[in-house]
Design a protein around this ligand. Structure first.
Ligand SMILES: CC(C)(COP(=O)(O)OP(=O)(O)OC[C@H]1O[C@@H](n2cnc3c(N)ncnc32)[C@H](O)[C@@H]1OP(=O)(O)O)[C@@H](O)C(=O)NCCC(=O)NCCS
Length: 218
C-alpha cells in the first residue's frame, strides 16, 4: 500500500483516509490532470502529483474507478459524481480523504507541520476565546495545539466549500476542544448551519505533523 491509513475508527467501505510522503507518491501523472499543473514550478508539480496519486490509491482501495481530479477556476478540486473528497500537502507529506457518494456531502482534510503558527499570527487566525484557551495549555504542548486549531479551520473551510461556495475568514468561526481527538466549531457571529454540526477530528501523525479531518454525512 502506498499510504498509511488514518482515522481507522471512521473509515471502511465508504470512506478511505491516508497520508504518505511525496517521495512515495510520484509516478506517471494523468494527462488531463497534468494540464492543470503543466506550467507550475517543479516543487508545486511534485506536491500536485503526490496529492493526485494519493487520491487515486484511496479511490482504488474503495474500488472506485480511476478518474481524473481536475482543478476548477477557483482552484478547488472537481470531484467526480461518485465520490467526495479532500487533499492537503505540507512541505514533504500529503494527506487525503475520499468518501463514496452518496454517503458524504462534505469532506475536508488538512495536514500541517507543528510549530509554524507563531504567536504573532494568533490575533489574525484565532478569536479571543481561542487565544485564552491557548494560554491555559501547557507550554510544551502549545505549538501542537495551535497547529491543530489552525489546521482544523482549514479542514472546515475545505469541507464546507463545495456546499456553500463561500469564503470563510479565520475570525468567522470559533473552535473548542471536545476531547484529545475532537474539536467542535461554531460560527462567531451568525447562526450555526448544517456544516457547523459535525466534529473535527485531529491526529498527530508523527513528532512534527498533525492531520485534521471533517466529514459531513449525507
Ligand atoms: C484553500 C486553502 C484552505 C488550502 O489550504 P493550504 O493549507 O493553502 O493548502 P493545502 O495543501 O492544505 O490544501 C491545498 C488543496 O486544497 C484544495 N482546495 C483548494 N481550494 C479549495 C476550496 N475552495 N475548497 C476545497 N478544497 C480546496 C486543493 O485540492 C488543493 O490542492 P491542489 O491544488 O494540489 O489540488 C487555503 O489556501 C485558503 O485559501 N485558506 C483561507 C480560507 C481559510 O482557510 N479559512 C479558514 C477559516 S474557516
Amino acid at each position: 500500500m502506498t499510504f498509511q491509513p488514518l482515522f481507522p475508527h471512521l473509515t471502511g467501505h465508504n470512506l478511505a483516509v491516508g497520508w504518505a510522503p511525496f517521495d512515495a507518491l510520484q509516478g506517471e501523472s494523468d494527462p488531463d490532470e497534468w494540464q492543470d499543473i503543466a506550467n507550475a514550478a517543479p516543487p508545486r508539480q511534485k506536491e500536485f502529483i503526490a496529492g493526485r496519486q494519493l487520491v487515486r490509491a484511496l479511490s482504488e482501495s474503495l474500488s472506485l474507478p480511476r478518474h481524473a481530479l481536475r482543478r476548477a477556476e477557483d482552484r478547488s478540486p472537481v470531484w467526480p459524481a461518485d465520490r467526495a473528497g479532500s487533499l492537503s500537502h505540507c512541505k514533504t507529506l500529503c494527506a487525503a480523504a475520499v468518501g463514496r457518494h452518496p454517503h458524504y456531502r462534505g469532506v475536508g482534510i488538512d495536514i500541517e507541520t507543528i510549530g509554524r503558527v507563531d504567536s504573532k499570527l494568533w490575533p489574525t487566525l484565532f478569536t479571543d476565546s481561542e487565544i485564552n484557551y491557548f494560554t491555559s495549555v501547557e507550554p510544551a504542548l502549545r505549538d501542537a495545539e495551535t497547529t491543530v486549531f489552525f489546521s482544523a479551520k482549514e479542514a472546515f473551510y475545505k469541507c464546507q466549500y463545495p456546499m456553500t461556495q463561500q469564503w470563510v475568514g479565520f475570525q468567522d468561526v470559533e473552535l473548542q476542544r471536545v476531547d484529545s481527538a475532537t474539536l467542535s466549531i461554531k460560527p462567531a457571529k451568525r447562526d450555526a448551519q448544517l456544516w457547523h454540526q459535525p466534529p473535527i477530528h485531529s491526529f498527530q501523525v508523527d513528532a512534527a505533523h498533525i492531520v485534521t479531518l471533517m466529514l459531513i454525512p449525507a
